[in-house]
Design a protein. Structure first.
Length: 96
């Protein structure tokens, strides 16, 4: 019979916490990548875009992500994102 052990992060050593954080980060990154591909598949299916236009979309998406990262460093990213969404009149469907 196996015994479950429940530990809090405070009970782990610094190296163990770092390892847990790396694992969680890696799993979160992989999940986000899968969700992005699901979104790209939906866009492709709905709008009938092929590989060439998908690559253009991916390029634009990469640029927006890079800009968001730069804006994040100055703590303005979420405000700028919200502004861009409002400019497109999508505020009524925008939820985070």
């Amino acid at each position: 019979m196996s015994k479950k052990i429940h530990l809090t992060m405070n009970q782990l050593s610094s190296a163990q916490r770092d390892a847990v954080n790396r694992l969680v980060r890696r799993q979160a990154d992989e999940t986000v990548k899968r969700l992005q591909w699901i979104m790209f598949l939906a866009i492709s299916d709905e709008f009938g875009i092929g590989k060439k236009r998908l690559f253009r979309l991916l390029d634009r998406y990469s640029r927006y992500c890079q800009e968001y990262g730069e804006e994040k460093r100055i703590d303005a990213a979420d405000d700028i994102l919200t502004l861009r969404i409002r400019q497109r009149k999508w505020a009524d469907i925008y939820e985070i």
